[in-house]
Design a protein around this ligand. Structure first.
Ligand code: TPP
Ligand code: MG
Length: 91
């Protein structure tokens, strides 16, 4: 549905989870779903996000794609130094 899918407008990881709680506080009658990678989830300070969601009574569904690490960033930036790849991505 138009106007119902949002992102940070750039590549700012960590935005999705707190933004989803903010959206739920603003529009409590709507269902809010947040989709992130596991690295992005950790960047969003999950303890604070979960606390804020409870405090404001703003339940949100978090869907986290867990590949046990950063995949996109190291693949691009550390190609010349393969041993710099995070362990979780060496499997
Ligand atoms: C604020 C911010 N810091 C750092 C980056 C660089 N960065 C781009 S993708 C990424 C890793 C994302 O990890 P994850 O969410 O697990 O997704 P995956 O690459 O594993 O699919 C990082 C650190 C960024 N885009 N924004
Ligand atoms: Mg990941």
């Amino acid at each position: 549905m138009p106007g119902t899918l949002f992102n940070a407008g750039g590549s700012s990881i960590g935005w999705a989870a707190p933004a989803a709680v903010g959206a739920k506080v603003a529009l409590p009658e709507r269902e809010v779903v947040s989709c992130t990678g596991d690295g992005s989830w950790m960047f969003g300070n999950p303890q604070v996000v979960n606390w804020a969601a409870q405090f404001h009574k703003a339940p949100v569904l978090f869907i986290i794609s867990n590949n046990r690490g950063y995949s996109t960033a190291p693949r691009r930036s550390s190609a010349p130094i393969p041993r710099a790849m995070p362990r979780a991505n060496k499997t």
